[in-house]
Design a protein around this ligand. Sequence first.
Ligand code: F6P
Length: 533
Amino acid sequence: MRNPLFSKLLTDLRKIDIAATSLRIEQLFEHEPDRIQRMSVRLPGILLDISKQRLSKKAHQVLLEMLSKSGLLSERARMFEGEVINYTEQRPVLHVALRAQEGDAVAMPQLLAEVLAQRRRMLAFAEEIRSSNNISDVIHVGIGGSDLGPRVALQALSSGTPDGPRVHFLSSMDGHALANVLAIANPKRTLLSIASKSFSTLETRINAASLRLWMQEAGLSEQEIKTRCVALTANTQAALSEGILPEFIFPLWEWVGGRYSLCSSIGLPIALAFGSKVFEQMLAGARAMDQHFLNAPVDLNGPILLAMVDVWNLNVLDLRTHCIVPYHANLARLPAYLQQLEMESNGKARDVDGLPLPYQVAPLVWGEAGTDAQHSFFQWLHQGTQVCPVDFIAVKTASHSYAEHHSQLIANCLAQSAALMKGKSLQQAHAEMMAAGMSAAQADALAGHRAFEGNRPSSVLLLDKLDAWHFGALIALYEHKTFVASLLWGINAFDQWGVELGKNLAADMYLRIRGQAAPKFDPSTESLLQALK
Ligand code: F6P
């Protein structure tokens, strides 16, 4: 199943690269008059500009050709048709079905009917809570994909009017986080939304148990607690065994990966905080991007182009990290969301057949909101010894009326992207210092420090604005990009066996920490356990 073309392609691309890298990005603009036309692409609600990538026209063409022949298009069709493409778990991958609408022509009408019915149930519940006046706070308990999506969404949409209950998120089992939430919420007016696809995740179980105890200690009866607990899960049986009432269980399905579950019942907090219409707008934006991914030609297809750039940067230019810088305070948590999406999906060393991969996959994804990031790690981006491609994400129209702020923000975003490409030569740095009145000796000594190598690649994603629709589109863009990259690398993006080992060891470690019998660990761990006594 491994993409057999990929290894050959890498050899071809590396040859092309020798020619491509001899030209700086700025020179590529001079040599390629159609560069903007080819590399600045209109997607639903987003302008994607990849023209400042270190990718020559020739390499771009070869990549597009490879993409068309790679089998990616048939695998994309197989995903939309509900075929089993999560090979190691023998499951279809259908998060796109979560955004489908009444009347959509889909391969599985039965499944669509169920998705729509459950969505209606969940949204009706959200509206009931919003209008009841009994609930002032929602504590959403979940981790990983059961936390990051709604958490990022609530922040992203916070410029709207969150006119529902306040939502608090509890993910880690760290008691400090629990204590912080309990200090604010009122146990008699709180709804617990227990989100766990498996309904077996340790952190979520511990937090849910402590929260129920908190309600009990506040004098609520067992029955009252039951009417304040909802489960968002694919494991209905486990939720029932935990005493959740059937009418308070909102299902998702095994064919929704945790990190792809934002548009399922896991997104309930969005509907609770902003209302069902906003939730539906988010689905509509994601659906528009799904349709774009499915139908747009390869050379204009946002997810495919972004994956192509990732492959080029990692496998040809050997750039092993990828920085995400959203120039929007409400997207500050987006890098964390994308970290799970991309690194849990593609952080693998084996192809779909279980064979060791002969090339690198999945760059390290990291980032921080601008302009804060400019005053921390941008020094490293501009002058460090490693080159790291950046995705700059900005919005055209702000959701506030401080025009001066927005102009400055966007100016900084575009300036950083341009500066990374442009750099500043030694001669230029030298001339500037001489013009400012420095002596030649001083200018000689400082020119190296003040020069910028430049030629550092970045993409710009310019959203029309940040509302639920555009947020949905942005998330779907990165979801599909992650999938396309996995296809090119020949790996399965939808399992995550790598998270198991640490979880299993923690069970024995817990016994040791509590002074109970369990196997011995390595000398380092044993000495740490000793220190904890
Ligand atoms: O630790 C990995 C993981 O399984 C993620 O893939 C998932 O999003 C998270 O844990 C939470 O899982 P669950 O929703 O089953 O509680």
